[in-house]
Design a binder for this molecule. Structure first.
Ligand code: ZN
Length: 249
């Protein structure tokens, strides 16, 4: 189907050309455009009998660490075949053009870094990384014999995915940096996020309250839509590359 090219208000283009302090918050919609199914939709095969809540929690890991480890190994496999989409690459392009740009994401797939973004705050962690459940040492590689949960090289504790589980707090340093960036920015993009998962959803409102211009790109209206200065309904993988082209032709 032919999609009309998006038209962007001249005022927005001029503002972005001036290199404002900019924050972009991304959610599941951005990953879905890469073909990654949501947490819930992805439950298949032998995992279909479990609810994510019963696997992604500290209690589940205490009860059966191997089961939780194996589920994440399976999810990591699913992420392996997924590539960044044009929306990811457009955000990497924006980071090159805007001196003070912070990307805040709720996604754990690591696709923003893969696309080339460097200043990324991963509020919910990263599925490609693990950490020790005891001493919190991070690891990007580990030995998995398939028999038992790999252990920490520092203390011998069990390794777990470095993601935020149900009932867990967000990583404090990441959250503080995100709040600070949201409060200081002049333009805030909310992209592919439903705007209902806290505390990420409150970041846009914090920016709005401090006078930032709010731009929303999402498939559907959200609780943020009525506060947004500019709303673009559609795919971020189509709108963001068009925007980059329009701002920096
Ligand atoms: Zn350890």
């Amino acid at each position: 189907m032919y999609a009309d090219p998006v038209t962007f208000p001249a005022e927005l283009l001029t503002l972005l050309r001036g290199g404002p302090k900019l924050v972009a918050l991304t959610g599941a919609g951005v990953s879905q455009e890469s073909g990654l199914r949501t947490f819930r939709d992805a439950q298949a095969g032998l995992w279909a009998q479990y609810k994510p809540e019963d696997l992604a929690s500290p209690e589940a890991f205490r009860r059966d660490p191997k089961l939780v480890w194996d589920w994440y190994a399976w999810r990591r496999e699913a992420v392996k075949g997924v590539r960044p989409n044009p929306g990811h690459y457009a955000l990497a392009e924006i980071e090159k053009r805007i001196p003070e740009f912070t990307l805040i994401t709720q996604n754990v797939d690591g696709l923003h870094r893969m696309a080339g973004n460097l200043n990324v705050l991963e509020l919910h962690g990263n599925i490609q990384r693990v950490r020790c459940a005891d001493c919190h040492t991070f690891a990007e590689t580990w030995d998995d014999d398939g028999e038992s949960v790999p252990r920490c090289r520092e203390c011998g504790g069990l390794l777990r995915p470095d993601v935020v589980w149900f009932g867990e707090a967000l990583p404090r340093a990441q959250l503080e940096a995100a709040v600070e960036a949201a409060r200081a920015c002049q333009v805030f993009f909310s992209i592919g996020t439903s705007g209902v998962v806290q505390p990420a959803a409150s970041l846009a409102f914090a920016a709005h309250n401090r006078g930032a211009l709010i731009v929303e790109i999402n498939a559907e209206p959200t609780p943020l839509t009525s506060k947004a200065d500019y709303v673009f309904h559609g795919k971020s993988g189509e709108i963001l590359p068009e925007l980059v082209k329009a701002v920096w032709p």
